[in-house]
Ligand binder design. Structure first.
Ligand code: ADP
Ligand code: GLC
Length: 489
């Protein structure tokens, strides 16, 4: 099959969160299974160009609409760990992708709407006729709409469209001008069945457009698929998802074990595996030393996260204080998503600046993230909602015990040491139900208790976690089955 993935992120060259990991992992697995895989991304100024030695500009230019005019775009190509990637760079004063950041611009909807149309123009101009277009999140929500409304009389009309929802907290709610920007006629599209936003008269919902117009829609875990159809976690899209339930399903994300493997990880100080688990403690020592913490007989509790309302930041702070009061150390690696959160955590960072047991690092730092997964004993993930979550999967792979709220993909992958229905060898962490201080304490208290009182059991729990299999193998096969189903229709 010829599969084109169109996405705003792909690790390691551009990654804000798990979407970047997802694209890298799925694309590699599909290519490994013999499919012809290509990726289309914006040419951000912040791409990791150093990781693409063959990066070059193609001779061909394309033209794509931007309101009344057509903008010329340069196309670049580069390989990312063997994956064929194309990058679109509009030549215009808007400087859509030269902003020093991936998201958070006032014109995000226009930037990614332009990118969506330009991606289709690129495929058309270069004579590509992919079997499958696989698009992701609100940023590419207009691609299915455009494919159906504008490109039906072109060779691209054969392509089937799979659309994956990674986070309903971001829907790309905007105005009708964004439709006009890409050459769509707003009047017939802004209806409740199509792109109209549910509680904003005249508002356009790009994510909803993607759901309505795609041939198949997935989200990133079965439990989240249920939650967004049946609870307020659907964030206004419950009825749209229920209307389209025959073409909707949850597929659990995989993890790229060539990137996330303590036995081969080039970024961590000491490699280890389940047979050499004792060597994990050298990583704990190295982490303490790097962060200036004392070397004591206490577990290291950690957070690796975007600092965002979705992730339960208040409960992270509660967990920090609870851990420090209960014979544990605490390490937080987090990048704040807004100014208020940044200030809150800077104040906390100040408070613990001279602590021998607690450190907060407020940035996105890929290498330090690997050190934390390898060096910590536990990771706290108190998410308000979590479509899949990769940090618990990574932590488990490194023998670091997840303590998570029972929601979304966390509920599908973490099984409580005391209460899960699973046999003991499948239990791999701690879960709690309520988004409250009591909830977080109930998980953390039990984990700390086991570490201090029953080290042999704690070790066994680590081994259970390391043995859980979340490789891309099975998940990619699910996507291949969906693609085949679409091509046979
Ligand atoms: P989300 O996509 O909602 O942020 P996921 O759990 O799916 O959550 O994925 C998060 C990814 O981003 C993981 O690969 C995690 O290691 C990484 N990550 C999160 N915060 C940081 C940080 N501050 N520094 C480095 N990596 C981070
Ligand atoms: C989103 C979700 C996260 C998921 C990731 C990759 O960022 O917040 O839960 O793991 O996408 O699908």
């Amino acid at each position: 099959m010829h599969i084109v993935l169109i996405s705003p992120e792909c690790a390691p060259i551009v990654k804000v969160g798990g979407l970047g990991d997802f694209i890298q992992g799925l694309a590699k697995e599909l290519q490994h299974n013999g499919h012809q895989v290509e990726l289309i991304l914006p040419k951000y100024d912040t791409l990791r160009y150093d990781l693409m030695p063959d990066f070059h500009k193609l001779e061909e230019q394309i033209w794509s609409p931007c309101y009344e005019e057509y903008l010329p775009c340069d196309i670049y190509a580069g390989s990312v760990e063997g994956l064929h990637c194309f990058f679109i760079e509009p030549q215009s004063p808007h400087q859509f992708f030269d902003r020093g950041a991936v998201y958070g611009q006032p014109d995000d909807a226009e930037r990614f709407a332009f990118f969506s149309r330009a991606s289709l123009e690129f495929l058309l101009k270069t004579g590509r006729q992919p079997d499958i277009l696989h698009c992701h999140d609100w940023q590419t929500g207009l691609i299915p709409v455009l494919l159906y409304e504008v490109f039906q009389d072109t060779p691209l009309h054969h392509a089937r469209l799979c659309y994956t929802l990674h986070n309903l907290g971001h829907q790309g709610v905007t105005g009708d001008y964004v439709l006009r920007l890409v050459g769509l006629e707003p009047a017939s599209l802004i209806t409740p069945e199509r792109l109209a936003h549910h509680d904003n008269a005249g508002g356009v919902n790009l994510l909803k457009g993607g759901i309505v117009y795609s041939n198949f829609v997935t989200t990133v875990s079965p439990h989240y698929a249920w939650e967004i159809q049946n609870t307020e976690l659907g964030m206004g899209l419950q009825s749209t998802l229920l209307t389209h339930r025959d073409k909707f399903g949850g597929v659990l994300n995989g993890l790229d074990y060539s990137v996330w493997n303590p036995d081969t990880d080039p970024l961590i100080p000491h490699t280890y595996n389940h047979e050499r688990l004792n060597e994990k403690m050298h990583n704990t020592r190295a982490l303490r030393e790097r962060l200036g913490l004392q070397d004591v007989h206490q577990p290291v509790v950690s957070v690796v996260s975007r600092l965002d309302g979705q992730k339960g930041v208040d409960l992270m702070i509660h967990a920090l204080r609870f851990a420090l009061a209960n014979h544990a150390q605490f390490v937080l690696l987090g990048a704040a998503m807004d100014e208020g959160t940044q200030q809150t955590f800077e104040a906390l960072q100040q408070e613990f600046a001279t602590s021998a047991d607690c450190r907060l690092v407020l940035e996105h730092n890929e290498t330090l993230a690997h050190w934390v997964y390898a060096g910590a004993d536990m990771i706290i993930i108190p998410s308000v909602y979590e479509p899949c979550g990769l940090t618990q999967l990574i932590a488990m792979q490194y023998g670091t015990i997840p303590i998570v709220r029972h929601t979304g993909g966390l509920a599908d992958t973490v099984f409580d040491a005391n209460y899960a229905e699973q046999a003991f060898e499948h239990r791999n962490g701690y879960t709690f139900n309520d988004s409250t201080a009591d909830g977080v304490e109930s998980g953390l208290r039990r984990a700390l208790g086991l570490w201090h009182e029953y080290p042999d059991y704690f070790r066994q729990l680590r081994l259970n976690a390391m043995n859980s299999d979340h490789s891309w193998n099975a998940s990619a096969q699910h996507y291949v089955n969906i693609y085949k189903h679409l091509l046979n229709k």
